[in-house]
Write a new protein. Sequence first.
Length: 276
Amino acid sequence: MERSVFISGADLAAQVAAQRMIGDGDRGFRGPVSCEMGVEVPPGAVIVGCLAQEICSMGEPRDSGVISVVIVKDHAAGMEAVRTGADHYILAADVDGPVPETVALQIRRADRALVGGFANGVIPAENCVDGDAFRWLISYSGSVVHRHGQIGYVILLRVLSEPSVPSRFLAERISERLCNAMRSADIVSWLGRNWFAALVATGLTLEGAHILAGRLRDACELPIEIDGKQVVVRCNIGMTTYGGNEIDPDMILDRAAAAVDQSTWSNFSDSMQEVP
């Protein structure tokens, strides 16, 4: 997704921040374009500047995908801006440093997650965490297993139902089954839509990880009853390792998603794919 960057007002700090976010034009941002209070911006725009929050709140519904990046004088002002609706803030003193680039990276990662179907599903099930917590656990566990010279595994499942049911209802049942199939130390997450993941931190060989992945697959084999209807579930599944020098959670999930894309939809009889 390519986003247009708009600068609210004639603020020099906002101009510098916007230019650093755009970089050489290879970050998925174009512009910048100046805009004033009351000016309409297109869906998906990124508004940078002191007036960004006000422009966003005046005419842009949140579902239009418009993102506001507010330039503030200190962290207290930034936290207040976020509390009242801003998406990100940058200190005026930091606009010529790496902070704008970091904000741009955060926006791009969020966009990739939405395109790939990953969001932040929340299910109140045992050993099941939301998507944000799952990403944090990948990063944290990756550092731990790397120090111990071990390997962890991320298992990713893409699940569909026949007939189709709302993802929230399906997620509750699937998450419960996956949790029951995992070991007590392992973690399950619903990543939103039709994506589920399991984090296997330590204590398994590659063969053992494949066996555990098979248990997750088998956990979904029986039909699920939802509102008195028998719902048949099918999935494809992929797995990747983590625990080396690279512990970025989004890159690890992308790698697992690549393994899922290489696998075939099945009724749990086809082999699982793996991306090392």
